[in-house]
Design a protein around this ligand. Sequence first.
Ligand SMILES: O=C(O)CCC(=O)C(=O)O
Ligand SMILES: [Fe+2]
Length: 180
Amino acid sequence: MYYNFFRKDESEKIFSKLYRTVAWKQETTSLYSRQISLPRLTAWYGDEGRAYTYSKIKMEPQPWIPILKSIKLQIEEISNEVFNSVLLNLYRDGKDSISWHSDDEPELGKNPVIASVSFGGNRRFMFRHKYKKELKFNIELNRGSLLLMKGETQHFWQHQIPKTNKVIQPRINLTFRKII
Ligand SMILES: O=C(O)CCC(=O)C(=O)O
Ligand SMILES: [Fe+2]
């Protein structure tokens, strides 16, 4: 975990650039045979031909844009990994969220490395163990932070960003992934 991977001024610039230039979409998913809107906006960028199924949504990636390429290079350098796609989430306010899940889609392979970077408002990122539900911990993901999840993390742990009543700034999160 790197709390200040990007400096404050740099993070603010990146936030506004992403906010303005990313092709944000309101996706829907099916729940008990009804269509419901995801409580956040999303976007998917990556190398051509790397389709990804997420929350039952099949996403074709958009081609890389310079800002995303530049973040990707910096993250590849520090993590010593190579990523070929990125999922972006925009949490417009405290009502936007992502519920408990593991990033364990088969396209990610057995022990995926996922690099998560955040810009904008702080949000609480919660982990809980899949089988021992009393095992849990939280991390504040502040602007400019980089969190690496790897090894067996996705086998044993779920994570979420809960809704909050606090007044908070919009937040953008990027998870760089390797689709096999
Ligand atoms: O917004 C975050 O920090 C987490 C996003 C996430 O877990 C996901 O997109 O799979
Ligand atoms: Fe996730």
